[in-house]
Write a protein that binds this ligand. Structure first.
Ligand SMILES: *[C@@H]1O[C@H](CO)[C@@H](O)[C@H](O)[C@H]1NC(C)=O
Ligand SMILES: *[C@@H]1O[C@H](CO)[C@@H](O)[C@H](O)[C@H]1NC(C)=O
Ligand SMILES: *[C@@H]1O[C@H](CO)[C@@H](O)[C@H](O)[C@H]1NC(C)=O
Ligand SMILES: *[C@@H]1O[C@H](CO)[C@@H](O)[C@H](O)[C@H]1NC(C)=O
Length: 508
């Protein structure tokens, strides 16, 4: 099993782990999925991605193993504690029983798929209907009641505990997991799914800072979740085709305009560390955010070419971001995309900007088409015109306007200005705080908590408290020599309390 690959999805309060291994004797590929039943990402993965194993004959080369245990814990007295509450322990065990009683993978997977789909729709209480829906008997309930389920779970607990993830993480590209499977397969019965895959997707694209990538991906997976209504989570997550209608600017909202250029470190920092706060609380509900990439660019008089302060790459990225705003339309999506590019820019890796499509599961084509068609140039010309006609003219970048008023050097406090300018009735919580500063230290944790709590309101906050430690888990597990910014010490506020520390140890 030396070539076993673990695709690790780190989520502090949940575990989703995918192991793909070509077994020595058999040419079949074994795909083991370590998951817990009520972890939102697990459910999304099973319902929208893993199900692809059963399409186009991929299952003919795969031995799929489902291991419903995740980060649950076994108490000394033999009882289980599950991250998402007792309901999760029940469903873990029921799924374990179903796997054991219906060893045919098509049968037990259809049951699991049914339960996970309900979980995604927050209707997991109706799980019992899945027996009828998948035409299976209710024998697994007896297995649960008579204690057999518990023994099965103990086995899964042991197996999960023995996993040894590699020190470097494969970037989170479950979307492409079919590629991993096809690549691992050494037999001759190549299924259609492997023949029709594009060859140009890098399967082993490990990068030194993939840890940060993982963090970023979780952050954005969440961001993408957060603008879909719960009942449509599944549908919109698989149908991100960029063809969405523009969200109308809400009347009565505060207009927040940000004039910036893509490779200025101050601008990148503002976008990643401050502006992100708009999404970090309910501030976005009162803000119409407008991003205007151009900044201090000029247009050459001799050949009309763009000249940018940080070189031709900046001109290109200004244009790409202008295109993203124009074609993606939904502020959550294009902000996510721009955040990703600026994040890379801070890390000195802006040349990898195209990875942001994959990272966020966004379609590359509309944005690249916009760029190649010359539409990006037209958009930048508009931005150039608008920027050069600002009154008063901008003196620094980023140049931030709140309802057309320049806030100049105080741009980091834009939230306070926005709250003051807001005249509506529904005052967001962010404006009720004494000083609505954006705390960037907690950003990962609180954003994830916030958007998960939107969709999983029945979850108790304490289950997500570990999110505060999310970066820490990732950093702790990382053994590489390149230490990403995110792994440098956090300010005390973001550190965990002792109880959380004790729990750290139970997580890989
Ligand atoms: C490979 O998997 C298929 C489908 O699960 C099964 O029919 C076949 O017997 C397996 N082959 C080997 C060598 O295990
Ligand atoms: C653009 O032109 C202005 C005025 O001529 C100049 O101050 C600025 O440095 C130029 N910017 C670039 C990126 O060349
Ligand atoms: C370019 O812009 C025009 C008009 O705004 C639009 O009709 C066209 O679809 C755009 N092309 C691309 C490739 O985005
Ligand atoms: C915000 O911008 C919209 C559209 O550009 C405009 O109609 C509205 O009057 C602006 N609101 C304020 C308060 O300036």
């Amino acid at each position: 099993m030396a070539s076993t690959k673990l695709l690790t999805f780190f989520f502090p309060a949940s575990l989703l782990l995918l192991s793909i291994s070509p077994f020595g004797s058999s040419e079949n590929v074994t795909v083991s999925v370590y998951y817990e039943t009520l972890c939102p990402y697990c459910a999304d993965f099973i319902v929208n991605h893993l199900v692809k194993l059963f399409q186009k004959g991929l299952n003919s080369i795969v031995n799929l193993r489902m291991i419903p245990w995740g980060n649950s814990m076994m108490q000394p007295d033999g009882t289980f504690v599950c991250q998402h509450g007792p309901g999760e322990c029940l469903l873990n065990t029921i799924e374990a029983c179903t796997i054991s009683i219906y060893p045919d993978v098509v049968q037990h997977f259809s049951f699991i798929h049914c339960v996970e789909r309900l979980a995604l729709e927050k209707r997991q209480a109706e799980w019992i209907n899945c027996f009828e829906l998948t035409k299976l008997g209710r024998v697994p309930i007896d297995c649960y009641r008579n204690g057999l389920g518990k023994l099965l779970e103990q086995k899964y607990a042991t197996e999960t505990a023995q996993l040894k993830p590699p020190h470097r993480f494969v970037p989170w590209d479950f979307m492409n997991f079919a590629n991993h499977v096809c690549k691992a397969y050494k037999g001759t019965r190549v299924p259609e799914a492997c023949r029709s895959l594009p060859n140009n997707i890098p399967v082993n694209a490990e990068t030194t800072s993939s840890v940060c990538y993982t963090a970023l991906k979780i952050f954005f997976a969440c961001l993408l979740f957060s603008f879909t209504s719960p009942s449509h989570v599944a549908a919109s997550y698989t149908q991100l085709d960029g063809s969405e209608a523009s969200l109308p600017a809400k009347p009565g909202n505060v207009n927040l305009s940000v004039y910036y250029e893509t490779l200025s470190p101050t601008c990148s920092n503002f976008i990643v560390k401050n502006l992100e706060g708009v999404f970090n609380n309910d501030l976005i509900s009162i803000i119409n955010l407008r991003l205007v990439p151009w900044g201090d660019g000029n247009i050459s008089k001799s050949n009309n070419a763009f000249i940018c302060k940080h070189g031709p790459d900046e001109c290109l990225l200004n244009e790409v971001e202008a295109c993203a705003i124009n074609v993606l339309k939904n502020v959550n999506k294009y902000y996510g995309f721009i955040y990703c590019i600026e994040f890379l820019a801070i890390e000195g890796r802006h040349k990898d900007w195209q990875t942001c499509f994959n990272t966020l599961g966004l379609p590359a084509k509309p944005v690249l088409d916009c760029y190649k068609s010359g539409n990006g140039t037209k958009l930048l010309l508009q931005h150039a015109y608008e920027t050069s006609h600002l009154i008063p003219p901008h003196t620094i970048l980023p140049w931030v306007l709140v309802n057309n008023q320049a806030i100049r050097n105080d741009y980091e406090n834009f939230a306070a200005y926005a709250c003051r300018a807001y005249k509506g009735n529904v005052v967001p919580n962010a404006c009720k705080l004494p000083s609505p500063r954006i705390n960037s230290a907690k950003k990962y944790a609180s954003v994830i908590f916030l958007c998960l709590s939107i969709h999983f309101k029945n979850l108790e906050r304490k289950h997500w408290m570990d999110l505060l430690n999310f970066v820490k888990y990732v950093c702790k597990a990382y053994k590489g020599s390149y230490v990403p910014e995110a792994c440098k010490p956090l300010p005390p506020a973001a550190r965990s309390n002792n109880a959380d520390k004790a729990r750290d140890l139970d997580i890989i």
